[in-house]
Design a protein around this ligand. Structure first.
Ligand code: SAH
Ligand code: TMP
Ligand code: ZN
Length: 405
């Protein structure tokens, strides 16, 4: 039992993935002996409905000057964030000299649209190497973790913000109450918070257990987000499902009573109840499906090896760390993973120590099978890899279930 990170009620894990390394902790060959491990477990709080990790990793182990995830590697995500920026510019800010703050702004994939429109902006990005990539593009970025203290400093220097933005970052921050206190300080009375993260209902429905890893402290639903913000005088005024990262939800939030609440919010609240997101049994059923998925993936890889066919991993995603370590996929079953990120190439996958090779190796010598760890980018990747399939190559997917395509 662990106290809920949001409401302090006791939370019991509903799933344990066992000993796990840092999801983005790609290693040099000499670093294996010092590798850090923790117990990856997730629990559901029956009081505030928040699904969360019950063991946490220190943030400095995950976000530092060698953080290997650069948002702009995906062109699909670049398009997605262009439209996110335009939604904010056209609908959520206005008036004289608006000011926008984004946390987890990474290499500036979204803020660059505010910079090019001449809108006052500030990125908060603690991982120094990705923050530097944004700064090099002329995007104002502070290399810090966001919290209430930083919010006070920002207000003192720039005044309050019209919009507070975050994509795939709120779920990374265990100390969310300090973030929300920061938002209360930072946001103008009529300002908006817009953030999006992988959506719990999609994770459950698709058995996308690989979304569960050290960086993702929370798996949000509307109900849990409503509870959290209500404790800080704010409310969800709109929701917008997003077709990225396997199913995300964008929450639009404002101070209570300032903006009307859309019908979509009430509709989704009912839908979540119908989906059982407020009941423990839903998460126990999820665990059973996850165990089955693990067994099926492992036997498929063993079968491929027995048949003497070749297989490579496609995209060394952070999610792949959960799959590889939980299923026990060793280099004997999966000899290498190809990835486009230079920082990962030549390194080894966390825990299982599978070599990460440059993407070009895939293109130059197609394997018989490719295990698609970047399944959330499937559309983009499959469109790019038509020659692989035309040459007889087959994709292995494990979401929503293990299958060959
Ligand atoms: N928004 C980008 C990046 C998501 S990755 C996208 O959607 O692609 C999460 C980012 O949040 C990382 O760059 C990490 O360094 C940053 N981050 C982690 N904790 C943070 C915190 N407390 N405040 C601000 N940023 C944080
Ligand atoms: P993500 O699922 O956490 O966004 O992981 C993205 C990883 O996938 C990153 O290491 C880059 C890699 N990748 C490729 O190798 N090829 C591609 O075409 C895409 C879209 C991503
Ligand atoms: Zn709780």
């Amino acid at each position: 039992m662990k106290p809920c990170l949001i409401c302090s009620q006791d939370v019991e894990p509903f799933i344990s993935f066992g000993r796990m390394p840092i999801a983005n902790g790609f290693l040099e060959a000499g670093d294996f002996a010092d590798e850090y491990f923790f117990e990856l477990r997730a629990g559901f709080c029956e009081r505030c409905r928040m699904v969360q990790l019950t063991e946490l990793v220190d943030r400095e182990r995950m976000f530092h000057d060698n953080y290997p995830f650069f948002s702009s590697t995906s062109t699909r995500m670049a398009i997605h964030f262009e439209s996110f920026a335009h939604e904010v510019i056209s609908r959520r800010i206005g008036g004289d000299d608006p000011f926008v703050v984004e946390i987890g702004s990474n290499d500036g994939i979204m803020l660059r649209h505010f910079a090019s429109a001449g809108i006052r902006h500030l990125g908060i990005e603690p991982s120094a190497n990705v923050a530097a990539a944004a700064q090099a593009k002329g995007i104002r970025t502070v290399c810090r973790f966001f919290d209430a203290e930083l919010a006070r400093e920002i207000v003192a220097e720039h005044g309050q913000a019209d919009a507070f933005l975050g994509a795939n970052v709120m779920c990374h921050i265990p100390y969310l109450h300090s973030v929300l206190e920061g938002i209360e300080i930072l946001l103008k009375p009529s300002g908006h918070v817009l953030f999006e993260d992988p959506y719990l209902a999609d994770i459950i429905a698709k058995t996308a257990y690989d979304q569960i890893y050290d960086e993702h402290a929370f798996y949000f639903s509307l109900a849990s987000v409503q509870y959290l913000f209500s404790r800080h005088g704010m409310e969800v005024v709109d929701i917008q499902p997003q077709n990225v990262h396997g199913g995300s939800m964008r929450y639009v939030i404002a101070r209570r009573g300032v903006h009307p609440v859309s019908a979509a919010v009430r509709f989704l609240a009912d839908k979540e109840k119908a989906q059982g997101l407020d009941r423990r049994v839903t998460f126990n059923d999820f665990r059973v499906r996850v165990e089955r998925s693990r067994d099926e993936l492992l036997s498929l890889l063993r079968k491929i090896k027995k048949e003497g066919k070749s297989v490579a991993g496609y995209a060394a995603t952070s999610k792949s760390t959960t799959v590889l370590n939980y299923c026990g996929i060793t280099p004997e079953l999966l000899p290498y993973i190809c990835d486009t990120t230079p920082l990962k190439q030549g390194r080894f996958s966390p825990g299982m120590h599978i070599p990460i090779r440059p993407y070009e190796e895939f293109k130059n010598r197609f394997p018989d099978y490719a295990l698609l760890f970047g399944w959330n980018h499937a559309e983009e990747i499959m469109a790019k890899e038509e020659a692989f399939v035309a040459g007889g190559g087959k994709w292995i997917l494990y979401v929503p279930e293990v299958h060959i395509q």
